[in-house]
Design a protein around this ligand. Structure first.
Ligand SMILES: [Zn+2]
Length: 109
């Protein structure tokens, strides 16, 4: 049952080879829990974990780049994802209002 202490973020979220997207990107800052510290995705020592995290951030950014508030025509800003040891991703971002939050959760759902 226990997964031996290894971060496996985004399992089931990652889709292979979706590299053809060419629209504007939303920058997503990904951090991961390493022994109780938040470490930036590009600072992770394990290359497999690092590329999985980077990819996850890119894919979330792609999804969010299509999201805009129906009222204010703004997208989410200051997007951050923190991945816990168990691999759960916690998304945080700034939004203009509740309607945008609804659009974001629909886009990522
Ligand atoms: Zn709004």
């Amino acid at each position: 049952m226990a997964r031996a202490g290894r971060a496996r973020p985004g399992a089931g979220v990652l889709t292979p080879a979706s590299a053809s997207y060419a629209g504007p990107m939303v920058a997503v800052k990904v951090t991961v829990d390493v022994q109780g510290r938040a470490v930036a995705a590009d600072k992770v020592a394990d290359a497999t974990v690092r590329s999985a995290l980077t990819k996850m951030g890119r894919e979330i950014g792609q999804k969010l780049s299509k999201v805009a508030c129906p009222e204010h025509a703004k997208g989410p800003t200051d997007v951050r994802v923190h991945v816990s040891l168990s691999g759960d991703a916690d998304l945080k971002y700034e939004s203009c209002c509740e309607k945008l939050r609804g659009e974001v959760s629909r886009a990522l759902g």
